[in-house]
Design a binder for this molecule. Structure first.
Ligand SMILES: Cc1ncc(COP(=O)(O)O)c(C=O)c1O
Length: 464
């Protein structure tokens, strides 16, 4: 390696990657026994090109439901460039022009919310919320009301505290011991209610919410500070809560004075066809975290948004030198994130992408449901907007999950057709059996036909 780079010789990059990069979520051994790491070189719209020049359609918005407005947006690049050339960074104790303007725009989309706290990643935004809950507990309740409830199958990030709030046992395996004070509540996946003791045929949503109340009563309501939930569970299997769930959840939180923290890291900024997932359900959260779609991956940004009531708790007592939120995120002071986020929101509005998400989401669900008639292996199709899952089962009667290796073989087969789809993986022991789709919000019917056509072929080849 002499440090020079010949653009026509991408093999130089592949070798540098193989020698020096540690990829996320990846077993590297195959890269030393014949396989090359994949390098994504360029993107435009829904398409990306790899090091061999092969064009792929990306049905998962950058692998992890992020690039909501699609690749190669010059105005996003312009917005970031203009912001950073003028003023790239100053620590978040002071304000910035993009930071103030994006906060104002964001709050205009979130009635009832009022304050934006900037950070870098979804995990970090969730950590901010956890810290606020703990600090409120100390300031007002002698430290007692500090417990944070999280739900089976939900994911809130990769740090130890976020994994402590993680409902995916396989993802958590080998990373304990975890932070105390995080308490699990049951999932609300109706398709798997037969695995939950006492789940009724009717009113499952209300029943699932009532399970949360039982846990609050078991723990003692005076010990529980917050409930943290994904509006639609993402990596845990694309789970939309059934009817009756959310109103009951909101009622329970109010009854026991428990803060409702909604993790919109995946759903936020358009993915489900509303600006935020929770807005489908008429509920009013106290805290909302968001990251991926906020700037569609053009810059790193996450936000924790709170109500004015929560904010007020941190400025009540000026005589107490500990009474404000004593937290910082160095790169929460970067202007690239909010500058990109302003442009990202403008694109979604000007191109009417929320409506497109609703329309194309319905189309995608319909197309996948049509595949169900053809492939016995598809047990359930579900989703909200352009956030869709297809759960594969070895037996439709018993709903026995399809083997993870077979599900991964479907993903691999699609990749060999240059179609990038996702699947739940290494998350839930024995239940990593849901194919995941989250194309950019600009997707067209033709794009969806191409994606679903590839899945059709793959299912035929893998399962016969
Ligand atoms: C629902 C949810 N919350 C939080 C996170 C963590 O976000 P990050 O990877 O940006 O830390 C993720 C990541 O996938 C997520 O899906």
């Amino acid at each position: 390696m002499d440090g020079t780079f010949n653009e026509n010789d991408i093999s130089r990059v592949v070798e540098a990657d193989r020698a020096n990069v540690w990829h996320h979520l990846t077993q590297h051994q195959p890269f030393f026994t014949g396989a090359d790491p994949k390098i994504i070189v360029e993107g435009k719209g829904l398409r990306v090109w790899d090091q061999k020049g092969i064009e792929h359609i990306d049905a998962v918005s950058g692998g992890v439901w992020t690039v909501n407005v699609g690749y190669g947006r010059e105005t996003m690049g312009d917005a970031v460039r203009d912001a950073i050339v003028k003023m790239n960074f100053f620590g978040g104790t002071v304000g910035s022009i993009p930071g103030a303007l994006f906060a104002e725009k964001l709050i205009s989309k979130m009635p009832g919310m009022s304050r934006v706290y900037y950070a870098n990643s979804g995990s970090e935004a969730n950590e901010k919320a956890f810290k606020m809950v703990r600090q409120i507990a100390h300031a007002r309740y002698g430290g007692k009301k500090h417990k944070i409830l999280y739900r089976d199958r939900d994911y809130h990030g990769t740090t130890i505290a976020c994994l402590s709030a993680g409902g995916q046992d396989e993802r958590n395996a080998q990373y304990g011991p975890f932070t105390p004070g995080f308490i699990r509540v049951p999932h609300c996946l109706e398709y798997r209610k037969h695995e939950q003791d006492g789940a009724p045929e009717e009113n499952y949503g209300e029943w699932a919410a009532n399970q949360i109340e039982e846990i609050i009563l078991r723990e003692g309501p005076d010990t529980v500070g917050a409930l943290c939930l994904e509006p639609v569970t993402a990596g845990g299997g694309v789970i939309e809560a059934p009817e009756g769930y959310w109103p009951r959840v909101a009622e329970i939180c109010k009854k026991y004075d428990i803060l409702l923290h909604i993790d919109e890291v995946v759903c936020g900024v358009g993915r489900t066809g509303e600006w935020f997932g929770y807005q489908h359900y008429g509920i009013q959260p106290d805290m909302v975290s968001m990251a991926k779609g906020v700037a569609s991956g053009y810059a790193a940004i996450s936000c924790l948004v709170t109500t004015e009531e929560v904010f007020d708790l941190f400025k009540e007592d000026t005589s107490d030198h500990l009474s404000y939120f004593r937290d910082i995120s160095t790169f929460g002071g970067c202007t690239a994130g909010p500058a990109a986020a302003i442009e990202n929101m403008r694109i979604i509005e000007d191109e009417n992408l929320l409506q497109n998400t609703v329309d194309m989401g319905h189309y995608m669900v319909d197309q996948l449901k049509a595949l169900q008639d053809k492939h016995e292996i598809i047990g359930d199709v579900r989703g909200k907007g352009l956030f869709v899952g297809a759960e594969l089962v070895a037996d439709r009667g018993t709903r026995e999950p399809a083997a993870e290796a077979m599900v991964q073989a479907v993903v691999k087969d699609c990749m060999s057709q240059a179609v990038i789809i996702g699947a739940t993986n290494r998350s839930l022991p024995g239940k990593n059996n849901t194919l995941c789709f989250s194309p950019a919000l600009i997707a067209t019917k033709d794009d969806i036909d191409q994606i679903v056509g590839a899945v059709d072929g793959a299912l035929g080849r893998v399962f016969g």
